[in-house]
Design a protein around this ligand. Structure first.
Ligand SMILES: [Zn+2]
Length: 269
């Protein structure tokens, strides 16, 4: 059996452990710090960590690389084109490459936008989509290095995974993302239900992720930039916070996505 475990680290990050209980292999995605991850590995996974995967170079995703590698002798994998920024990298992927890991296989996806070298990993058996800071539940990452056009392509790529795919993202941002999502899309009933569930989970100190792709498609505004009716509906909402979406742009998903991203950047709840 393949299991996926979210490990809360730092302020509001998640590292993800993928464990094959038959082959007794463990991988971690985005270890932003070592200690909490090592504690789970030693307690639950036999004190072994074979593989470290990085989605992008930010230190809250790579800060534990070297300590975990020193402790467990793990191999570190990330995007080859970003190798200079990934501490301790042993192997640089190209887009589309596969990493075979016991019975599991991880496919390397282009997830540019948040950074220029952001990648993601799809794990076939566990149906997990490890998307770092490219896509969050109810939101997406800020565009620090990439363009809106690149980030929109990433949204489409991730959205096209099967409905049951689990969105294993890098942060517990769902509640704050939800405030913006509800501001732009106040009449979305599925969103209201999800926000009630999020409040309940957070009140119990539980993670709100992974979510499923099928629900993100309906309630994550950043996945809906090519829905013309949605774009028309959000025009007055964005205008309220000083972001203009021109009538000529309503059928241009990149322009709609860029406006949503700008609006989220300036939004004050
Ligand atoms: Zn980041």
């Amino acid at each position: 059996m393949i299991t996926i475990t979210a490990v809360p680290i730092l302020e509001d990050n998640y590292a993800w452990l993928v464990h094959d209980s038959v082959k007794r292999l463990t991988a971690v995605v985005d270890p932003g710090e070592a200690e909490p991850i090592a504690a789970v590995i030693d307690r639950d996974f036999g004190g072994r960590l074979e593989v470290i995967l990085n989605t992008h170079h930010h230190s809250d995703h790579t800060g534990g690389n070297l300590a975990l590698k020193a402790r467990y002798g793990s191999k570190i994998f990330g995007f080859g084109a970003d190798s200079a920024r990934l501490p301790g990298l042993d192997y640089g992927f190209v887009i589309g490459e596969r990493l075979y890991f016991g019975r599991e296989e991880f496919t390397v996806l282009d997830c540019r936008g948040h950074t220029s070298g952001h990648i993601g990993f799809y794990s076939r058996l566990s149906e997990g989509l490890f998307c770092g800071d490219a896509l969050f539940s109810l939101g997406c990452g800020r565009l620090f290095e990439g363009t809106a056009a690149e980030a929109w392509q990433t949204m489409i790529r991730l959205r096209d995974y099967a409905a049951i795919t689990r969105v294993c993202c890098g942060h517990e941002y769902t509640a704050s993302n939800g405030v913006f999502a509800q501001f732009v899309d106040p009449d979305n009933k599925a969103l209201r239900l999800r926000l009630a569930e999020v409040s309940r989970l957070r009140a119990q100190g539980l993670a709100t992720v992974p979510s499923r792709i099928i629900e993100e498609r309906q309630i994550n505004p950043f996945l809906r930039a090519d829905d013309g009716d949605f774009a028309r509906r959000i025009v007055p909402r964005l205008a309220q916070i000083g972001v203009e979406l021109l009538p000529s742009d309503l059928d241009d998903p990149v322009a709609v996505f860029a406006a949503l991203r700008r609006a989220k950047d300036v939004f004050k709840p």
